[in-house]
Design a protein around this ligand. Sequence first.
Ligand SMILES: O=C(O)C1=C[C@@H](OP(=O)(O)O)[C@@H](O)[C@H](O)C1
Ligand SMILES: C=C(OP(=O)(O)O)C(=O)O
Length: 412
Amino acid sequence: MISAAAVRVSHPTGVLRGRVTLPASKSEANRALIIRALSGKDFPIHNLSDANDTQLLNRLLSTPAGEEVSAEDAGTVMRFLTAYYAATGQELTLTGTPRMCQRPIGVLVDALRQLGAQIEYLGEEGYPPLRMKGFEPAGTNQLTVRSDISSQYISALLMIAPLLPQGLELTLEGKISSEPYIRMTLAQMTHFGVQATFEGQKITVAKQEYQAKEYTVESDWSAASYWYSITALAKEADLFLPALRSDSLQGDSVLPVLMAPFGVQTQFTPEGVQLTKKPVQEPLAQIDFFACPDLAQTVAALAAGLGLEVEMTGLESLRIKETDRIAALQFELVKLGAELREVSPDVFKVFLAKQPENEPTIHTYEDHRMAMAFAPLALKVPVIIEEPKVVRKSYPTYWNELEKAGFALEVK
Ligand SMILES: O=C(O)C1=C[C@@H](OP(=O)(O)O)[C@@H](O)[C@H](O)C1
Ligand SMILES: C=C(OP(=O)(O)O)C(=O)O
């Protein structure tokens, strides 16, 4: 099924009970893998994600790098490896899918060049592919970097910071987008014995050594969002999601608060969370995704499915992800009878526009989150999801889990 051109998804009863398996967080896993490689030490990383983004990075770090390395469509792999290969002075070409070569990397390359990395653009200035040509410390440890485009540049720089001759003093310029991911990076560095300070717009990391220490990756809250949406759209739902914690490092663990107005009750237990369907409350007037951009598609599709009009802000970074996610949402929501319109600069609103199509076919734009965010709508009308294999990026077992939860899947 995973290789089919499309899959028709429906749910005969609308009633869901039981236990769901989630992938481990690819964000946490990929940080642990980079830190382990930088430490030069060996230690176990438990619950490593089976997501392609993580499997790919693990493979690339555990075999000698060839002349050309592909980060495929994985943003963290591309950005974290750029800094890793720079700091370790490796000479090779780093590239990715055609879409990856449209995702900007100039902020990171500029910063690494200031530190002494020799990096050449092989295509368009500011974008992969990159030719990594070695590292000669430049004598500066003070950098100012824009923080309003992608937090992945900052995380990449922070992880190599303790290896630099004088550490790093990083001043963040502008709004700090996806900030919880920066805090996740610092928390994982602390776990491995590296101290840093983050005050206002300034992050300081002295030269230090990473310590070997076991690490257990938490389940992925971004993946959990699809089960929140399923719970909200179901007639009745009681679902258990294992290995999620209330003291999570992941910013997407804001879901219990975000999803309560949509009628999802979250109960934490020592083993994970129990989701229960409740009546929809007064929905939030406006939801800001600046700190949790990966939840935007889930919420936009859910609002359309529930027939709720919701204002969304903080969507700037969506244009440079796996696809232009704003454009993708605008094209696909129409099929569900909704419209995503920019009502003022940076404020988007899901409007209810017309009757939904009978059996909409959702195009997924090589974006895992388009497939996963729209499949839950099968609880309202059968939906056809194109290119279902896209889920392998972060949640390869997604379709099996839907089947276990009573969804009917028919390969097209
Ligand atoms: O650091 C990370 O693990 C991530 C940071 C976020 O990207 P941006 O910082 O580019 O918003 C997020 O969207 C992505 O899925 C994972
Ligand atoms: C944006 C994402 O990933 P990345 O930037 O790491 O490709 C994502 O998983 O939604």
